[in-house]
Design a protein around this ligand. Sequence first.
Ligand code: NDP
Length: 289
Amino acid sequence: MTRSISGRTRVVGVWGHPVGHSRSPVMHNAALSALNLNWVYAAFDVPPARLADAVAGVRGLGLVGVNVTVPLKELLSPLLDTLSDEARRIGAVNTIVNIDGVLHGDSTDGEGFLRALAAVGGPSLAGRRALLLGAGGSARAVAFALSGEGCEVVVANRTWGKAQALAEAVSREGRGCASAAGWGEDAGRVDLIVNATSLGLAPHPNAMPALPSRVLDTRPFVYDLIYNPLETRLLQAARHAGCLVSNGLGMLAWQGALSLALWTGRPLSEMPVAAMREAISPLAPEHAL
Ligand code: NDP
């Protein structure tokens, strides 16, 4: 349905720097239409130096809430009033909820990843082994999510120290165990590979993370958090090796639906995930993975 802005329209949005490429506005506005909510979702380019001003603006203007993306996720915690256990554990916030002027920070990336993986027929996780490529903000969310499901995580990252620190943090706080492997070095047999690096992201679609040789031979499921391009070189290689693969569009939809559930106070089951997924789907269905 078509919505119109009125004197009662409330505002939610996404902050990033840059943010013009974000698919969140189209996805969330589709959801708001489906829910028939008199809210509008807009993108705001917030440089890190203006983050404190932006947070004050949420209070001052009474925004419902905000999504936060690169490079702000790791900078927000000290500026908010309360944090979820998840946001505290991973040291990042992707969702601010304004509860009557009290700003609460949460992260929906980890659960969004798990739900997206399940929705595309990813492997069961308990007792399995995953190779996680990357140790940045989203890798942290994925690492804790996987270990929380009882999956052993092997973290490989260009900067070895970050892989080691993440593996240690997961082993300390997660339910599963984790270790660090050298970038491109043998990680043993794995059931799942997750790319949480920006290698392969447009405008550098020819880049590909270093994979241990023969790691695709046992046909692990390969999940790439990147969704632009829809098929990274990593996914292409994995598909050619006979692996089941998925890009990150589903995670984008699920983490957004989880944010919307937090803002509306409604159960996740009421969130219009299909409409959100459809809003960000590739124009040509034959390109869908
Ligand atoms: P970060 O900047 O926090 O982390 C980037 C990671 O990529 C680091 O591990 C970094 O390694 C690695 N990296 C970057 N450049 C290179 C390179 N040239 N060679 C090797 N490694 C490299 O980013 P995020 O964690 O926030 O995002 C990572 C990816 O996940 C992005 O592509 C983003 O678009 C995607 N994403 C998708 C989501 C979804 O909903 N589908 C949600 C969130 C993120 P190092 O530590 O050595 O610098």
